[in-house]
Write a protein that binds this ligand. Sequence first.
Ligand code: THU
Length: 155
Amino acid sequence: MTYSLILSYDKLTLSELEEGEQMLVQSAKEAASGAYAPYSKFGVGAAIRLRDGRLFTGNNQENAAYPSGLCAERTLLFYLGAQKLVPHIQALAVFAPRSEGPVMPCGACRQVMYEYESLAQRPWILIFAGGETDLVYRFVGVDNLLPFAFLWRPS
Ligand code: THU
């Protein structure tokens, strides 16, 4: 038997997002300027909104020992994890100034997003943008980004 999957997302322009989501993208863009990316020179910013409206930002942090660095998404997600705020996450935006179009998260970040999202009551809103273009990709739910994710819960 062969199965097919459908992954859904919206391709929009920035102005088609609701105001709060536009602001989240703007926060991610501003956060990218704080990236520590002297090796790749590819700064990335991430912004998260909690259900109570609080905003948090992060960016990629590289290291001369390359694999020791971390993407913007996980830098921010692990910070929120450390603050026990993960169950309150509502929306995440990512922006990379040097990306040709919307920047898409790496597989490791998608895996972390998947597990953290499972701790919230509702699917996350995920918005990706980048570079000079107004194009944004908007996803609802990490399963649209990572089918067949690994999820294991100790009993
Ligand atoms: N990077 C992120 O921070 N997020 C992404 O979604 C893609 C890649 C970082 C990792 C590294 O510091 C640089 O971008 C180049 O890969």
